[in-house]
Design a binder for this molecule. Structure first.
Ligand code: NAD
Ligand code: ZN
Ligand code: ZN
Length: 347
């Protein structure tokens, strides 16, 4: 089959590799129909993820049709149209039984290298999905691939980050970073009752995209976001800040944007192990700081329902639809931010 492979820093190639096969009775094999490049794939593209070996098949945002199931799979059969989670969990370890699928002791992230379970990715004609009964959901009636796709990753990641902030109806939210994840956080915040969402990005076009879904745009290359948010909140600061970039600079910004008693929920991926924690500010302002990777299994059914009801339209971020053969160009476009979201149509 054809698959998108990592060959080295900023070196992506489409290669012919062996078709996947059932390795465990809980596996399913999917024929992928639509796959996306996630912002997390950019960290891998730039060589920031340890354990990536040349030739590994990458990608973890996907919709497909079940081709074959292992003997233990109960919830799916060949022909089912499904969307799947970007990380997989066994469903039976203590973490999974607590509902913490993102902490599964034998789980991993599809297409993310040796450090994340050594699982092949889904930017390919076929993919093996471990623990299929837990990882997959049938695409709800009436939804297109593109509408369902992001519930497996960016939409549910962002929704989960907003849930983790403890947002209450009527509150004001700042979203730092209006990439695809930030765009999903804005819509999730509105769906969960935010009165106002203030959207911050260094790129003007990204803030305009945020304004189109109802956010107040703050182009932070042009205006100081702290001053602007103070103006918009009568000097108080926002109730909630969602960090959707990754790294210490934007986390630090979040501490400066929230009001006394405010909450920060950070979802951006970083390779920085530590950062200078603003202890005095946090102490004085009584700030709650929450950071963590997404637990897609927890919220995927909710986000699919919100998309099906029309409350969230995740497709607003899609700028490019390319055949798999043009993967290298797709990565170049997304990494340079010429594209806001790249999809590969596989069939
Ligand atoms: P992206 O790279 O496309 O978007 C990032 C956005 O942030 C861009 O619009 C960029 O202009 C903006 N930005 C960069 N620096 C900024 C700054 N200093 N101030 C304001 N804006 C700035 O990525 P994405 O797909 O939107 O993903 C965002 C982050 O979320 C990534 O780090 C990604 O890895 C992460 N992510 C995390 C999870 C998880 O489970 N935790 C899942 C999916 C994605
Ligand atoms: Zn991802
Ligand atoms: Zn588990």
């Amino acid at each position: 089959m054809k698959a998108v492979t990592f060959q080295g820093v900023q070196n992506i190639q489409v290669e012919r590799v062996d078709d996947p096969s059932i390795l465990d009775p809980a596996d399913a094999i999917l024929r992928i129909t639509t796959a996306a490049i996630c912002g997390s794939d950019l960290h891998l593209y730039h060589g920031q993820i340890p354990g990536m070996l040349p030739g590994m098949v990458i990608g973890h945002e996907y919709v497909g049709v079940v081709e074959e199931v292992g003997a233990q799979v109960r919830a799916f059969r060949p022909g089912d149209r499904v969307v799947g989670t970007f990380h997989v969990g066994c469903g039976t370890c203590l973490s999974c039984r607590r509902g913490d699928f993102h902490q599964c002791q034998s789980g991993g992230v599809l297409g993310y290298g040796m450090a994340f379970g050594n699982l092949n990715g889904t930017q390919a004609e076929y993919a093996r999905i471990p623990y299929a009964d837990y990882s997959l959901r049938k695409v709800p009636d009436g939804l297109t691939d593109e509408q369902a796709l992001f519930s497996g990753d960016i939409l549910t990641t962002a929704y989960g980050a907003v849930m983790n902030s403890g947002l209450k109806p009527g509150e004001t939210v700042a979203v730092i970073g209006c990439g695809p994840v930030g765009m999903m956080a804005i819509q999730s915040a509105f769906a969960l009752g935010a009165a106002r969402v203030i959207a911050i990005d260094l790129m003007r076009e990204r803030t305009e995209m945020a304004a189109a879904v109802g956010a107040i745009p703050v182009w932070s290359a042009h205006v100081n976001p702290v001053s602007r948010i103070n103006e918009l909140t009568h000097g108080e600061g926002v109730d909630v800040a969602i960090e959707a970039v990754g790294g210490s600079a934007t986390i630090r910004l979040a501490f400066d944007l929230v009001r006394g008693g405010g909450r920060i929920s950070a979802i951006g991926v970083t390779s920085e192990e530590t950062f200078e924690f603003p202890l005095v500010t946090s102490l004085a302002k009584d700030i709650t700081f929450r950071v963590g990777v997404a637990n897609i299994h927890r919220d995927i059914d909710t986000t699919l329902a919100l998309v099906q009801s029309g409350r969230i339209d995740p497709t607003v971020v899609v700028s490019h639809r390319l055949p798999l053969d043009q993967a290298a160009e797709g990565y170049r476009l997304f990494a340079s931010r010429e594209a806001s979201k790249v999809l590969f149509t596989v069939d």
